[in-house]
Ligand binder design. Structure first.
Ligand SMILES: Nc1ncnc2c1ncn2[C@@H]1O[C@H](COP(=O)(O)OP(=O)(O)O)[C@@H](O)[C@H]1O
Ligand SMILES: [Mg+2]
Length: 248
């Protein structure tokens, strides 16, 4: 296991699952070994976003102790590995808490991206505890940023300084500016993803946007963030000549 990056948010519905699926796939394009893990146990949909509809074993089975985590890995055609969470409600009452998420994740190989439930309840706290790095996802709107502030505070109280903020669904002038958000949170913004109608279309087509529309604005943003996460320079496909100069 290389590193566990927990993708968390205060508010729900800000785009964590979309982010984990698309950045995971972008990292595969960059030839990284990556596993995406769905720890949103009650409203899991990472598997669905990656086009998996049936998976006999999920994270809940691992948490129950019935199988090792390596038996709950599914491989996307791209090579991206996924540990899904079951979408069956039957598991809700069965999941043992507290469980040792980190020791289970330690058995995986490569870079681990964790899709988290929102908020500050037990399951999201586990993701904070299990992660080596915390990435805060938010929309540039006051309610989402206010909730992000809470999770940043809790993370700091655990001794974990968030590695950065990703702003998703940036749209128009009626929202907080990146500088304002950095000032409020005192955490650097490490990525910005525009509002992009192709994201919704890609859900409908059951294919993450970076595969469905590889050069749409959101896809380019996901690739740029993925490259930054592993310290690589990003060259937009819009500038092919520049890429050739740099031998990319
Ligand atoms: N950049 C974007 N542009 C347009 N729609 C987006 C974007 N990012 C996410 N969405 C939409 O927002 C909704 C919530 O996204 P999701 O990833 O499920 O959030 P979360 O996992 O934080 O609950 C989905 O309908 C998704 O298609
Ligand atoms: Mg989600």
């Amino acid at each position: 296991m290389e590193k566990i990056i927990g993708v968390v948010s205060g508010k729900g519905g800000v785009g964590k699952t979309t982010f984990v699926a698309n950045v995971g796939l972008s990292l595969i394009e960059l030839e990284k070994d990556v596993v995406v893990v769905d720890v949103d146990l009650s409203t899991s949909n990472l598997g669905l976003q990656l086009g998996f509809y049936q998976f006999p074993m999920g994270l809940q089975d691992v948490l129950e102790g019935s199988i090792p985590i390596t038996s709950a890995i599914y491989t996307h055609p791209s090579g991206l590995k996924l540990v899904p969470a079951s979408i069956s409600l039957d598991y809700l009452t069965k999941v043992p808490t507290p469980y040792r998420l980190k020791s289970l994740l330690n058995d995986l190989r490569g870079l681990i991206l964790v899709d988290s439930p929102p908020g500050l309840r037990d399951d999201s706290m586990l993701v904070l505890k299990a992660s080596d790095e915390i990435l805060i996802l938010t929309n540039p709107e006051i309610p989402a940023v206010t909730d992000a502030l809470k999770i940043i505070k809790v993370s700091r109280e655990m001794g974990k300084e968030p590695m950065g903020i990703v702003l998703n669904r940036m749209k128009d002038k009626y929202e907080l500016k990146p500088k304002e958000i950095e000032g409020m949170c005192d955490v650097p913004i490490i990525g910005m993803i525009p509002e992009d109608k192709n994201v919704k279309r890609s859900l409908f087509e059951k294919t993450p946007v970076i595969k469905y529309r590889p050069s749409s604005p959101a896809s380019l943003a996901f690739r740029k963030i993925a490259a930054n996460l592993i310290g690589q320079e990003y060259f937009s496909p819009r500038f092919p000549r520049l890429r050739r100069w740099f031998g990319k």
